[in-house]
Design a binder for this molecule. Structure first.
Ligand SMILES: [Zn+2]
Length: 80
């Protein structure tokens, strides 16, 4: 956490731990406290893959977009 969640001040200090053991911060400008939260992921890798499969995106396109090094599926149109 680098800024206050309430006033966006950069003047924050550590202020003990929360009940759940997470770092608690206090803003020296507005005196409000906040606990840092993990950033929310839009999709995990598996969720993104499931969503793409449900949208019927071709497997070779999924492998290309997700940059899979060794996908189990091989495109039959690709000839070596
Ligand atoms: Zn503040």
């Amino acid at each position: 956490m680098t800024t206050c969640l309430h006033c966006y001040s950069l003047n924050i200090v550590k202020n003990g731990k929360s009940y759940y053991g997470k770092q608690n911060y206090k803003c020296r400008y507005c005196c409000r406290q906040a606990v840092e939260r993990a950033p929310e992921k839009l999709y995990s890798g598996d969720d993104l893959l499931k969503s793409l499969l449900l949208e019927r995106v071709p497997l070779h396109a999924i492998a290309r977009v997700l940059k899979m090094d060794n996908p189990e599926y091989t495109d039959p149109t690709i000839r070596k």
